[in-house]
Design a protein around this ligand. Structure first.
Ligand code: AHR
Length: 518
């Protein structure tokens, strides 16, 4: 009898263990408990005068080029960005911003002075792409411009003039200058960065010193009531520099800024970043470890902001994020040109899920950078006409369904991706409901070796139909080239089945899946 009891207990436990091992991935989505909106500005991009992002990326000039363009901007780039529903574009830097004098980039192009782009390869910047080109580009792609102002080497007056030049309707000297330069109506730019990386390339400032500069610049950008409705973004912390955020929150009154920035790149070692393709699994694992740190970082910076701004009036703006590797062999080290692989798709999937899940405070973000620089969504040929969309582009495009949708709380039980003695969560998820009532669930399986079965239970909604798309490839460093532009591209996903209110999903290893539930 005793033996029988032991045997049946063993069988029960064994049975449960097998069941658990077979399907440890469970997602519970509360479809009727959404409270917060996923601000579409989380899906923003960043274009710096760096390498071939502007020149040779966006801008090919209006002169002698075989590349179809509109006012010098590549037409294929315009179409691709429209297809992303790009909500905002940050410009002109980055580190470049604190060396940039905007007046040198307006007026007749032949009269514009040149200067040395000291941060990025020491190349000559001829100012041929300036304020009008950028703001007209934003109009063409339907994005809101986000101008990063020069605090490091500029003046308060220079910034006041820029605000007037682009926003003042008429009568002021700057509005008149704009009209003389061919633009009648103001562009009404809302988003303004007050300097960039002030702790580093923006002037190596201490947070206390920058807090005072910020107070001064922000005051003069607008009137006491900010009646122009500007959205002023403080140059924020790097990674886990919580003292920076704490000091600015303490020292800068809430009526002088609307956003606090944060820069956080997925780089494993600043002195030895490793290659963008042909990397080891060890390198992949370490990159994903850093990518996952974004969760911790946004939560900790948010917690500091909560102390001073419990009503969450200020936004956390992650205006630089993405993977950063060694440049492609043979390219200018100052140009930061790197390939983009399935690893980058995993970074994008996880990071965007983290932003969605923290959307109450994270209300804007900018992937670095749009074209030919770092984790780009597009690459263009140096001496040819072709353009290619990267795996990261496809993730941004698949995830666009979350823009302005309501975040749905999701609990996730996940298996682990094991590497040596270390582990990371294999499955990462966010979910939202859009205005038409459709639910979207974005899932990443970062495990490069194991497929995963995921059971998504939908509470508080009736699911009738389910469709989906998937991005995956055989190799972890699979990527698109000018010769094979469709090597990695989204496909229809058929491995999600509805079983009552449970969606049973079979995800291949290293895949990003977005489901639509009606
Ligand atoms: O995105 C490249 C550079 O990274 C930016 O110019 C700077 O802000 C950051 O250090």
């Amino acid at each position: 009898m005793k033996l029988l009891t032991i045997l049946s207990t063993f069988l029960l436990l064994f049975g449960m263990a097998t069941l658990f091992a077979a399907n440890p991935n469970k997602v519970t989505i509360n479809a009727d408990q959404g409270k917060h909106q996923i601000n579409r500005h989380i899906y923003g991009h960043f274009a710096e005068h760096l390498g071939r992002c502007i020149y040779g990326g966006f801008y090919v000039g209006e002169g002698n080029t075989k590349i179809p363009n509109t006012a010098g901007i590549r037409n294929d780039v315009i179409e691709a960005l429209k297809n992303l529903n790009i909500p905002n574009l940050r410009w002109p830097g980055g580190c470049f911003a604190d060396t940039y004098h905007w007046k040198d980039g307006v007026g007749p192009k032949q009269d514009r002075p040149s200067f040395v782009n000291r941060w990025w390869g020491g190349v000559i910047e001829d100012n041929s792409f300036g304020t009008h080109d950028f703001l007209n580009l934003c109009e063409a792609i339907g994005a809101e411009p986000y101008l990063a102002a020069n605090v490091g080497s500029g003046t308060v007056q220079e910034l006041i003039d820029w605000v007037y030049y682009v926003n003042h309707k008429e009568g002021s000297p700057m509005a008149n200058l704009r009209k003389t330069n061919g633009r009648e109506e103001p562009w009404n730019v809302k988003f303004w960065g007050v300097g960039n990386e002030m702790w580093g390339c923006g002037g190596n400032m201490k947070p206390e010193y920058y807090a005072d500069e910020l107070r001064k610049y922000s005051t003069f950008m607008t009137d006491w009531s900010n009646s122009d409705g500007l959205f002023r973004i403080a140059s924020g912390a790097s990674e886990d520099d919580y003292n920076w955020t704490e000091t600015l929150m303490k020292e800068v009154p809430g009526n002088l800024i609307e956003g606090m920035a944060l820069h956080s790149y997925s780089v494993i070692d600043w002195r030895d970043k490793g290659p963008a393709t042909g990397f080891s699994e060890d390198h992949y694992f370490k990159t994903m470890q850093v990518a996952y740190k974004m969760k911790d970082r946004v939560e900790k910076h948010s917690a500091i902001m909560d102390k001073y701004d419990p009503d969450k009036k200020l936004a956390l703006v992650v205006d630089e994020w993405g993977g950063w590797y060694d440049v492609e062999p043979g390219t200018n080290p100052g140009f930061l040109y790197q390939q983009n692989t399935i690893r980058d798709a995993m970074i994008a999937g996880v990071t965007l899920n983290i932003f969605n899940n923290n959307c109450e405070r994270v209300r804007m973000a900018n992937l670095a950078q749009t074209i030919n620089v770092l984790q780009a969504v597009m690459l263009t040929e140096k001496d040819g006409t072709r353009m290619v969309l990267t795996p990261t582009y496809h993730v941004m495009e698949m995830y666009k369904v979350h823009q302005d949708a309501t975040l749905l709380p999701a609990e996730v039980e996940t298996s682990n991706y094991k590497h040596g003695d270390a582990t990371l969560p294999a499955i990462h998820v966010s979910a939202s409901k859009d205005k038409s009532g459709k639910i979207h669930i974005s899932l990443t399986n970062i495990d490069p070796n194991n497929a995963a079965e995921v059971e998504c239970e939908l509470l508080g909604a009736k699911a009738r139909k389910i469709t989906g798309r998937i991005l995956t490839a055989k190799a972890l460093d699979a990527h698109n080239t000018f010769e094979k532009p469709d090597n990695v591209k989204p496909a229809v996903f058929k491995d999600a089945k509805l079983d009552g209110q449970t969606i049973k999903v079979k995800m291949p290893s290293k895949s990003v899946v977005v489901l639509e539930v009606e």
